[in-house]
Structures are given as structure tokens and as C-alpha cells.
Ligand binder design. Structure first.
Ligand SMILES: *Cc1c(COP(=O)(O)O)cnc(C)c1O
Length: 427
């Protein structure tokens, strides 16, 4: 059979990059398929190298909340190109993006821009350790905080997709400083925090977990983390790289009304360009160089091109505040899917929050990583492949979330549901 362009490109890519990709989950290895190579995207639609169209529920893993190639962002980027893309020196654009973020996240009294979510969480950990003078960290199994050495212990997302408990290459001495607890389990984190006692520097958590599928944190669980940090003079770090400007304008911390000491952001705030940020209490942030002794830096941090994309996206998002509409749209999608699976006698559970959603092949919604791992993997793979064949692009792993955009209008959703109905009937 004649090879598709995607297949030819993947053959080529495998000779160039490990596994043919620049980020593991893209490879589709866990579902024994070749990845699809894309050449363009507009609104809610992706176009692959073989001219097949897909309705996209990945959105570049979150940033495309206003749809692909949104004209407002394209215009801002084109305008900035004429002024230069990076000067390695301060600009008014950095002030603008910082203000837009701080207005929505009152806990971010001071902020610093970086180039990825990984950099943001990594810097939070260093800052927490430097500020408290302590070493140990608590994280939660199935929460992914980027590929930071200290945080790649029982991480979700790609690490779980490929069944890797941790990664080789992380010194034992460092890994020992990170304790992983069960998500949403109050008693366990209390007892571990007790055990660690006064060497606890920080607790880092995804307040809504998006890297073991989509699992909202329990409010009492998150409140417990706040109290434990207060009691142990440790910092509470909310990793809102995925949930920030995704579940609501002020992130999960606004929805739960819980104030972390530090917040990590990424994904949406860059409008699709590589941006991360972290921030929090002024007296903590002021410990960073050049004001304080804790070092953190970045050649392209705050570059004009990325800042202008972020400004265009966030100011539009703030003006439109589409989160209730996005949640209604996801609810419609998922409740319709639930009915389709019910007819087949297949278990299905789901959750939504703003522009983020998740579904599992289990009759009740999982509350932690272990319960996610017990959901039907085989059924997920069959569904994923069938949906893909019908032009619906979900994330290729049960350990990932789904994302919807303002470009997923009523008409697109009805088309998606017709395709999904066929796809599900064929499983
Ligand atoms: C994606 C993600 C990261 C890592 O961000 P990168 O930009 O991929 O480095 C960190 N934390 C969470 C919660 C994420 O979803």
C-alpha cells in the first residue's frame, strides 16, 4: 500500500529525533499507531499533511482556548514582527502581560516570565527551598509538573502513558527529597507531612489535576494542604500551568478560593508561543536575583513576540470571559457521549471545568491516579483510534485531559457528535 505523507515524514523523523518526536506523548507509541503530521490549523480544525481534517480537542494541550490561528493573535504577532522579536532587555510588553495576569491572580503580587511550564515549576521549587532554607517537597502521584528532576517522581501525563514510575538520570539523593502522596487523600498527606516535620519546604499540587486525565481536587483536600503548609512554615505551590486561564480567568485558585504562596503558569498565557511564568507573595519573590540571592534567569524570557501573543490572548479572554459557555459546550459533548456509550453497555464517566474536560472508561469518576490506572485502557485505545479514523482528534492517552475552544461552536459540536456516534458504534 502506498505510504501516506505522515508515514513518510515519520520514517524521516525517526532518523532525526528520538522516537521521531520532540515530546514523547506525540509519538502515539502507547496506542501502537504512527503519529499524524499536521501542516495547518484554523479555529477548531486541524489539517494533516495528507489533507485530512480533524476536529481538535487537544488545542496544543491547552493554549488554543480561542481556537487556532485566531485573527486577533495573528494580527498582534504580525505587528510585533516589524518591531523586532527579542531584545534581551526590558519592554513595556512585559509590564502589560504581567498586569493582565496579576489583575486576575491577586495572589501573584510579583511575577517572573520564563519560557515553559517546566521552567516555572522548577523555579518555584528552587525559590521555595531557598526561601525556607528547607529541602523536602511533597507532590502527588499522577500530578505532572514538567520534566523537572525533583518533580519527575510518580509524575502523570507521558510518564504514566509509558508506564515509567520515575526517570533514570535523577540522582537518588535528589529523588529522596520528594515524597509522593495519593491525590485527594487527606490522611496520607497529613501523615507524610508529620513524618517530614520541619524539613518540609513546599507542597506542590495541580489544584485540578489534568495529567492523569482530568480530576478536580476536593476542596477539603486543598484546604488541608493550605493548613499543613501554614503549620509547617512551608510554601503551598499551585501548579496552574494547565488550569490557569483555562478553568476560569483566575484559575482553580479563584474557583476554590484558596490562596497559594506561589503559582506556576504556562500554556494559555503564551497564546501558543513558548511562555511560562511564576509568581506569588512579594516578600518571597523578592528573594530572586537581582534583589535577592536566589538565582533564576532566561535569555529569551519575556521576549516581545511571546509577550504580544499572550497580551492579545489574555485581553480577549478577559473581555469575553467565555468560561461558562465553554463548560456548557463540554457538558453537551460529554453527556451526549455518555448516552452513546450507554447504548453500547460501556462504562463512561466524565468531568468538566471551564474549557477543560476529561472522560474515563469507568462507571464512577476516578479520584486519584490509582483509580485512573484501573479504568479500561483497551477500550480507551479502541475508542481513540475509531474517533481518529472519523476525524476527531482527542489526546492519545487516558492520562491526558481534553480541551475545548471558543471556536467549537454549536455547528462544529453537532458535526463532532455525528462523527462520534459512528465512531462509537464501530468499537
Ligand atoms: C504542561 C504542564 C507543565 C509543563 O509545561 P511545559 O511547558 O510542557 O514545560 C507543568 N505543569 C502542568 C500542570 C502542566 O500541565
Amino acid at each position: 500500500m502506498k505510504k501516506t505523507k505522515s508515514e513518510i515524514l515519520f520514517d524521516q523523523a525517526q532518523g532525526l529525533m528520538p522516537g521521531g518526536v520532540n515530546s514523547p506523548v506525540r509519538a502515539f507509541k502507547n496506542i501502537n499507531k504512527n503519529p499524524i503530521f499536521f501542516k495547518s490549523a484554523k479555529g477548531s480544525i486541524l489539517l494533516d499533511e495528507d489533507d485530512n481534517e480533524y476536529i481538535d480537542f487537544v488545542g496544543s494541550w491547552g493554549p488554543m482556548i480561542l481556537g487556532h490561528s485566531n485573527p486577533i493573535i495573528v494580527k498582534a504577532l504580525k505587528k510585533q514582527l516589524d518591531y523586532g522579536v527579542s531584545y534581551g532587555a526590558p519592554t513595556s510588553l512585559e509590564n502589560q502581560l504581567a498586569t493582565l495576569i496579576q489583575d486576575q491572580f491577586p495572589t501573584i503580587e510579583k511575577i517572573r516570565m520564563v519560557n515553559s511550564g517546566t521552567e516555572a515549576t522548577m523555579s518555584c521549587i528552587r525559590l521555595a527551598r531557598g526561601y525556607t532554607g528547607k529541602n523536602k517537597i511533597i507532590k502527588f502521584t499522577g500530578c505532572y509538573h514538567g520534566h523537572v528532576d525533583s518533580l519527575l517522581v510518580r509524575a502523570g501525563s507521558g510518564v504514566s502513558t509509558f508506564g515509567l514510575p520515575d526517570s533514570p538520570g535523577i540522582p537518588k539523593d535528589l529523588a529522596q527529597l520528594t515524597h509522593s502522596c495519593c491525590y485527594n487523600d487527606i490522611e496520607e498527606v497529613k501523615s507524610i507531612a508529620n513524618e517530614i516535620g520541619n524539613d518540609l519546604a513546599a507542597i506542590i499540587v495541580e489544584p485540578v489535576a489534568g495529567n492523569m486525565g482530568f480530576i478536580p481536587g476536593d476542596i477539603d483536600f486543598l484546604k488541608t494542604l493550605r493548613n499543613l503548609c501554614n503549620r509547617n512554615n512551608a510554601l503551598l505551590i499551585f501548579d496552574e500551568v494547565m488550569s490557569g486561564f483555562r478553568v476560569s480567568l483566575g484559575g482553580a485558585q479563584e474557583i476554590y478560593n484558596i490562596k497559594p504562596d506561589l503559582t506556576a503558569l504556562g500554556k494559555v498565557i503564551g497564546g501558543g508561543l513558548p511562555v511560562g511564568a511564576f509568581g506569588g507573595k512579594e516578600k518571597i519573590m523578592n528573594q530572586l536575583a537581582p534583589l535577592g540571592p536566589i538565582y533564576q534567569a532566561g535569555t529569551l524570557s519575556g521576549n516581545s513576540l511571546a509577550m504580544s501573543a499572550g497580551i492579545a490572548l489574555l485581553s480577549t479572554l478577559i473581555k469575553e470571559n467565555p468560561f461558562q459557555d465553554l463548560e456548557n459546550a463540554s457538558n453537551h459533548l460529554l453527556s451526549s457521549m455518555k448516552n452513546m456509550f450507554k447504548e453500547k453497555g460501556m462504562p463512561f464517566s466524565s468531568a468538566t471545568m471551564g474549557g477543560m474536560f476529561g472522560f474515563f472508561f469507568s462507571s464512577t469518576l476516578p479520584k486519584n491516579y490509582k483509580e485512573v490506572s484501573q479504568t479500561d485502557e483497551n477500550l480507551f485505545k479502541k475508542f481513540f483510534i475509531s474517533a481518529l479514523n472519523h476525524g476527531i482528534y482527542f489526546a492519545p492517552s487516558k492520562y491526558e485531559s481534553g480541551f475545548i475552544s471558543t471556536a467549537h461552536n454549536q455547528e462544529i459540536l453537532e458535526i463532532a457528535l455525528e462523527k462520534l456516534d459512528l465512531a462509537i458504534k464501530e468499537i
